[in-house]
Write a protein that binds this ligand. Structure first.
Ligand SMILES: Cc1cc2nc3c(=O)[nH]c(=O)nc-3n(C[C@H](O)[C@H](O)[C@H](O)COP(=O)(O)OP(=O)(O)OC[C@H]3O[C@@H](n4cnc5c(N)ncnc54)[C@H](O)[C@@H]3O)c2cc1C
Length: 449
């Protein structure tokens, strides 16, 4: 078999192409760029459909208006320049594993005009890090009428719609004092981490809108927040103690939680449940699960599981010796213990990127490569202004360590700081944190436009 990793010794440098610059892909490109890229042992290229990176676990804070996405985005092009890799904007549309080429779709600007043509790119090693998309489970109307939280644009759409609905509702109250008013109803479908975090943040957003815009808005009664979950408890994949805490917090925030509630269909202004109820809903958001991006199904020859994720071996490789890898949410990788898969989480994406940066460098040097092993470090759930809760996995105690309140909230913040630190290094991370701190001091505490 051709040793694809030795090619750089005989002709052009070994080319590593990473597709997807999210939690996994950007971390990997940065590490490889500063290692094999800087040493000119390999050429590292990152492809993403967008020009900027945003850390997805913050999307619910964009949706609730608590942070301004623009101050948390990293420009791929400048990040690439500083970290010895190359960036190309465009969406992957096909792979030819025989000729070892990928096809990238035409890139357009915001007005839809062509920026870069459809093009092919040769690779020696290809890493797929395309993330995931919302799984609507074929529920009628869900894809057409429910909003999702996959990208900054979608989070902004939700925020704008919520703000307009609250403003309209407040104006109506001022115009006809004493009239019986129906609250703005927001339905969050899915009581996993995303759904719980968003539902918890919304009451605080309404309070902030009142503080800045509308003295007449009553955040307790003018917005009705419902969270629908099919399982008997929220956060069904997490320890029961965290679910109980989340349910207490949501109840305290006046979020109506319906458990064992199966959604049957969604339309423009209502959600219908399997037990025959129709719930009025001005804004519906779908946060009930993820699956592999559709482009993976269109790529010939990739082994996919039933959720459309790429099946990889213990070295995150698609097929032994193929030189094609997958990591993060788009990969189906067995966790080291039992049959379970590595969960679609930022910490898994990070661990896989760290592993692959080392593994690919070892392969280039012809050194032995260990297998990937996932370490669950615990989970933290943010409740916005109401703090956070979670469990840290402690190897010392050999059991989860439950944390709550301000300590949990600062651990939650620390995860994002660690992500930025890993990407930018200490000097830039400090400047970045300082600039965010300053911006937060000069902007309202909720985004108002
Ligand atoms: C609202 C929300 C809250 C979350 N909260 C948490 C949390 O608290 N803790 C936690 O651990 N995890 C959380 N997650 C999950 C976590 O964000 C993901 O597991 C993690 O981002 C996965 O990293 P990734 O690199 O695989 O994918 P992503 O970070 O999604 O990155 C995928 C990248 O691929 C690019 N891409 C997609 N298709 C193409 C294409 N065809 N061509 C080129 N580029 C493409 C995208 O633009 C994107 O940049 C949350 C997710 C969401 C949506």
């Amino acid at each position: 078999m051709l040793n694809i990793y030795a090619r750089h010794q005989v002709d052009s440098p070994h080319r590593i192409v990473i597709v997807g610059g999210g939690a996994a892909g950007l971390e990997l490109a940065t590490r490889l760029g500063n290692g094999v890229g800087k040493r000119r042992q390999a050429e590292v290229i990152l492809i993403d459909r967008f020009p900027t990176h945003f850390w997805k676990p913050l999307l619910h804070e964009v949706a609730s208006g608590q942070i301004d996405a623009s101050s948390h985005q990293i420009e791929y092009a400048s990040h690439a320049k500083w970290n010895h890799f190359r960036f190309e904007q465009g969406a992957l549309s096909s792979i030819d594993s025989g000729s070892r080429e990928i096809v990238i779709d035409e890139t357009t600007d915001v007005d839809g005009r062509a920026l870069l043509p459809r093009r092919t790119l040769r690779f020696d090693t290809l890493v797929l890090a395309l993330g995931s998309v919302t799984n609507f489970f074929s529920i009628p109307g869900a894809e057409q009428h429910a909003l999702t939280l996959e990208t900054v644009e979608q989070a902004e759409t939700f925020r704008r719609r919520l703000l307009s609905s609250l403003l309209r509702s407040g104006q109506a109250r001022q115009a006809t004092p004493g009239a019986v008013k129906t609250p703005v109803s927001v339905t969050v479908i899915g009581g996993g981490a995303t759904g719980v975090e968003l539902a918890a943040a919304l009451r605080g957003s309404a309070e902030m809108v009142r503080d800045y815009h509308l003295a007449s808005l009553d955040p307790a009664s003018d917005i009705r927040i419902r969270l629908l979950e099919g399982a008997p408890r929220v956060l069904p994949a997490l320890p029961e103690r965290i679910s109980t805490r989340a349910q207490e917090v949501l109840a305290g925030l006046g979020v109506e939680v319906r458990l064992g509630c199966r959604v049957q269909s969604v339309d423009a202004h209502a959600v219908s449940t399997a037990d025959g109820e129709t719930l009025a809903s001005d804004i519906t958001i779908w946060a009930a699960g993820v699956e592999g991006p559709p482009v993976l199904r269109a790529l010939e020859g990739l082994p996919l599981n039933r959720l459309g994720q790429v099946i990889v071996d213990g070295a995150l490789q698609v097929e032994f010796g193929s030189g094609i890898y997958a990591m993060g949410d788009c990969a189906a990788c067995a966790a080291s213990k039992g049959d379970a898969l590595v969960p679609p989480r930022a910490q898994a994406a990070y661990q896989q990127a760290v592993y692959l940066a080392d593994a690919l460098a070892r392969r280039l040097d012809d050194r032995p490569v260990p297998l990937f092993s996932y370490r669950d470090q615990g989970t933290l759930i943010s409740f916005g202004r109401a703090g956070a809760a979670g469990a840290l996995m402690s190897e010392l105690l050999r059991r989860p360590l439950f944390i709550d309140g301000w300590f949990a909230a600062s651990c939650y913040r620390h995860l994002y700081r660690r992500h930025i630190l890993g990407l930018t290094g200490i000097k830039r991370a400090v400047m970045y944190a300082a600039s965010q701190w300053l911006r937060e001091r000069v902007r309202p505490t909720v985004k108002l436009n």
